[in-house]
Design a protein around this ligand. Structure first.
Ligand SMILES: [Zn+2]
Length: 435
């Protein structure tokens, strides 16, 4: 553990610390951020009324639109002279949002990312290739300063140029790779094309995040690369990477609860649910100075895994994120997450883990087609083999999703690869159809 005195502290002491920090945080945002003052006033809530952690449920939520409406700096809780860096959200939909960090924030962030690497089993003896994008995106610099804080050799290669990634992976004696899981697969494929067996390299750990991925995809990456693949979690609105991380037991992600309060919300009532139940994840930052967030609704779907972890950390674990409320597709009344489709495909021999969900319109009806790449060893000329494979895939998807979708098998490597977050849903329904 990088900070064992915090990471293994008793629950009572942790909750006392959380309550003290929460009180300070609520008082600070009430005084310094007009948006919070207005929200608290509208809800009839005063920070001094908070007596227990449970009282947090009386505090209004923060949503992405709040941050958009405050663009660019309206939610900062300190004067601009105390801000030393800004990042922004990836802005895949709508306006981007801006987050700001004080010196103290950057210091704590480096500690939290160092914890993340240590969770994955890394030490100062490791060589870490940081393939997350450097820039406004929090991934690259977050992963970078954490690696330096741990004392590892840090390779700031950023994303892109996959052949060069493979070359560096091989030549620099890299032992830890930090990138998105879909990019890890592309690196593995590219290495194979270049005649390099990643399994024979010193690489032993992958620190993968920034997009939802499945247990089956983990198995594939671990097999192809000969590594332990660790799931990490974070989002720019809350801090960036370093909010939660799996340890080597790979059974849920320890939430760094001394800095972040996690709640799981019932999707209908938005009331917090007990440990073990699934819902939308919300975070309250306890120590952020630049832009604290209070009950920020992430739209990510997860649950708290009850019980203690064998690693000795006392922080509770959240289950790997299985999807986002935003990504959820409603197909003929059934809720479907693209990650469920991935899980199905990983279990079928003859298809590759590359797929795309294509939404089109037939008349007034939404039509859904899942494009799936066949594995290179399957001949595209053997019609009968393909037909059988298509039936297998359609049947498997239908049984898991409880809804049937049209499956189209496509040739190996015909689905566009991503160097960052994979684009799993292609919406071709035309203007006005996007919601
Ligand atoms: Zn653990």
């Amino acid at each position: 553990m990088f900070q064992p005195e915090m990471e293994s502290m008793g629950r009572d002491a942790l909750e006392r610390l959380q309550l003290a920090r929460l009180r300070t945080q609520l008082a600070r945002v009430y005084v310094n951020v007009p948006l919070y003052r207005r929200k608290f006033d509208d809800a009839g809530f005063r920070p001094e009324q908070l007596e227990t952690l449970d009282d947090l449920r009386r505090v209004p939520f923060t949503v992405k639109d709040d941050m958009r409406s405050a663009y660019p700096y309206g939610m900062f809780a300190v004067p601009m002279r105390d801000i030393v860096r800004v990042h922004s959200s990836s802005g895949t939909t709508g306006q981007i949002t801006v987050v700001g960090y004080t010196k103290g924030d950057l210091d704590r962030w480096a500690d939290l990312m160092a914890r993340t690497y240590a969770c994955a089993g890394a030490t100062a003896d490791d060589v870490i290739q940081v393939t997350y994008g450097y820039g406004l995106f929090t991934g690259g610099l977050g992963a970078h300063y954490g690696s330096e804080r741990l004392g590892s050799v840090t390779i700031p290669i950023s994303g892109g140029n996959t052949a060069r990634q493979v070359q560096v992976l091989k030549d620099f004696g890299v032992t830890v790779l930090a990138c998105t899981p879909s990019y890890a697969l592309l690196i593995a494929e590219t290495a194979a094309d270049m005649g390099i067996d990643v399994r024979s390299l010193p690489l032993r750990v992958g620190v993968f995040g920034a997009e939802p991925w499945s247990e089956a995809m983990r198995a594939q990456i671990e097999e192809k690369m000969g590594i332990t693949a660790i799931d990490i979690y974070g989002l720019s609105e809350v801090m960036g990477p370093g909010v939660a991380s799996e340890c080597v037991h790979k059974n849920g992600l320890h939430v760094f609860e001394d800095h972040f309060l996690i709640e799981i919300l019932d999707p209908q009532t938005l009331e917090p649910v007990p440990d073990g139940e699934t819902g939308e994840v919300a975070f309250t930052t306890l120590t952020k100075e630049g832009i604290p967030v209070i009950r920020y609704r992430t739209r990510d779907i997860s649950r708290i895994i009850p019980g203690r972890c064998a690693c000795g950390r006392t922080f509770r674990r959240m289950e790997r994120v299985t999807g986002r409320t935003d990504d959820m597709l409603i197909i003929r009344g059934v809720n479907v997450y693209p990650s469920q489709i991935e899980q199905v495909l990983m279990g079928i021999a003859g298809v590759a883990p590359h797929y795309q969900v294509v939404l089109t319109k037939k008349g007034s009806m939404d039509a859904v087609e899942v494009h799936v790449e066949v594995s290179p060893e399957i001949s595209f000329d053997e019609i009968r083999t393909l037909e059988a494979l298509q039936r297998t895939v359609s049947g498997a998807i239908a049984s898991v999703l409880a809804v049937s979708v049209k499956v189209k098998l496509v040739e190996p490597k015909s689905i566009q690869r991503s160097e960052g977050k994979a684009k799993r849903v292609l919406d071709m329904r035309g203007e006005g159809a996007k919601s």
